[in-house]
Design a protein around this ligand. Structure first.
Ligand code: C2O
Ligand code: CU
Ligand code: CU
Length: 507
């Protein structure tokens, strides 16, 4: 193996050189009220989304330079409705190109917001988004060529709620900001001057960048007042690389009611939910017994070849973020305080969820193998990463973030699909788990490491965490030509920018 322990440690020291704020400074900033992003209804008339630079008071005192859509950090929650055409006006007020990709919306490639659709500084983009898909929680984020990780880290992201007003009402809480809360979960690091700290060193490129502070909707470990009853939480992992394992401090059970592509057939009782970068999950939590409860997550051990422990030392992959990590490395994400004076609108959870999408993908007409490669020169991947003869990026040991041996090339089409044809994709990984994402559709996960996956527990997905081998059934119903193809990639954003991404056409 070319990558030696010594070179890893060299990476470690340069990361440690990044000045992080010490834990003692943090207590004061945590516990602010949960910010609720404004809700912008994208009816037919154009609403403007402006990519802007701003100053955010995330740390209380020191101002943090950030990016956002129409606000200093993150963007409004966009609401779109099935059967409508949404016409957002996206304006770039920054001095670098951005895009706005509608992650989870099933729209033609020409309006999908990928790296070919850069909005240059000062320019405006007017896409028309025909909305025709089941109700779900989606999101939008910049997807600019080679800049996605950094731009999303700085704040160019927001949530999308897709409504389907003609579908039967599933009977779930739905008052935005009251009993239906958007929660964008991210990890961030800060320098002593309050600025966001980001490292594009090869260590963070290979493991993905993780940081020691947890933000929800842009606030550190915030607190949300909730009615004393059933509350729906729309969880979005908007982090670059961190995987969350979410549970409540008192161990209470809750129900997952939706995943990336929309409702599950019926609520699924859980006490622990894993959420990988790019994934969404809607859960309904019962706060009827009142009081306060913390939402916790555990350490993220997803790193190359069990380097997690060392990663911990270096503030990298496995490190439990911020203060108050329990002995098992758990840490607080946020807190909920039930207000006994406010009764909840929905008293009981329905047994099945009306309007839930069906898998209905049909029989696959072809099978493809997608190998997510991290070449390390050691041939540790199933298909060998660099052993497979793929091109290397950056020379030497840094190479190898690729798919099927090819690092991303914006001028290359990797796959050609036929519109409406169902395909079975076998995705394999090596070195670590990768959240695999496909644009333009939600797919069914058929198996994970040879074991069949129960559709009722996963629903339709557009991101699936693969650690070994997974099979998905996929059908794309929207066109993409070679001028503006669709994308498939790892949603660890450093891996995506680093080359673990491909493009496909649909004819
Ligand atoms: Cu959320 Cu291609 O991305
Ligand atoms: Cu996407
Ligand atoms: Cu990856």
């Amino acid at each position: 193996m070319v990558l030696s322990r010594r070179s890893f440690l060299a990476g470690a020291s340069s990361l440690l050189a990044t000045p992080y704020i010490s834990k003692q400074c943090l207590g004061r900033e945590a516990g602010a009220a949960l910010p609720i992003p404004p809700l912008v209804d994208l009816k037919s008339d154009a609403e403007t989304l402006e990519a802007v630079a701003g100053q955010s008071s995330i740390l209380g005192g020191a101002k943090t330079p950030t990016l956002g859509f129409s606000q200093p950090y993150l963007g409004p929650t966009l609401r779109v409705s099935r059967g409508n055409v949404a016409r957002p006006r996206v304006v770039n007020r920054l001095s670098e190109p951005v895009t706005s990709h509608w992650h989870g919306l099933h729209v033609p490639a020409i309006v999908d917001g990928g790296p070919k659709l850069e909005i240059l500084p000062g320019n405006t983009w007017n896409p028309e988004l025909p909305i025709d898909q089941p109700a779900c929680t989606a999101w939008y984020h910049s997807h600019a060529h080679n800049r996605t990780a950094e731009q999303v880290y700085k704040g160019l992201a927001g949530m999308i709620i897709v409504d389907d007003l003609n579908a039967p009402d599933p009977g779930l809480p739905k008052t935005y900001g009251i009993d239906d809360l958007p929660l964008v979960i991210q990890d961030r690091a800060f320098g002593p001057d309050g600025s966001l700290a980001y490292s594009s060193h090869h260590h963070s490129t290979m493991h993905g960048f993780r940081a020691d502070m947890i933000l929800v909707n842009g606030a550190i470990r915030p607190s949300a007042p909730v009615p004393a009853g059933l509350v729906r939480l729309r969880l979005l992992n908007g982090s670059n690389a961190r995987i969350y394992h979410l549970r409540f401090a008192d161990g209470r059970a809750y129900h997952q009611v939706a995943s990336d592509g929309g409702l599950l057939p019926r609520p699924v009782a859980l006490t622990l939910l894993r959420l990988a970068p790019g994934e969404r999950a809607e859960i309904v939590v019962d706060f009827a017994k009142g009081g306060a409860v913390s939402l916790l997550s555990g350490p993220d051990r997803n790193s190359m070849m069990g380097m997690g422990r060392m990663g911990g030392m270096m503030g990298g992959a496995g490190s439990p973020p911020q203060a108050e990590g329990g002995s098992n490395g758990e840490f607080e994400v946020m807190r909920f305080v039930a207000d006994a004076g406010k009764t909840a609108a929905i008293k009981t959870l329905p047994e099945s969820l009306a309007g839930a999408p069906k898998p209905a993908q049909g029989k696959p007409v072809r099978r493809r193998h997608i190998s997510l490669d991290m070449g390390m020169g050691g041939g540790m991947g199933r298909r060998g990463g660099m052993m497979g003869g793929g091109p290397m990026r950056g020379g030497g040991m840094m190479g190898g973030l690729a798919i099927n041996g090819h690092s991303f090339d914006i001028d290359r089409v990797d796959l050609e699909l036929k519109r409406g044809e169902t395909e079975l994709w076998e995705i394999t990984t090596s070195m670590m788990a990768h959240p695999f994402h496909v644009h333009a559709a939600a797919f069914q996960v058929v198996s994970q490491n040879g074991k069949p996956v129960d559709y009722a527990t996963t629903g339709l997905k557009d991101v699936v965490l693969v650690d070994g081998r997974a099979e998905i059934l996929l059908r794309i119903d929207h066109p993409a030509d070679k001028a503006v193809p669709f994308l498939y990639h790892c949603h660890i954003l450093e891996h995506e920018d680093g080359g673990m991404m491909g493009q496909f056409t649909v004819s």
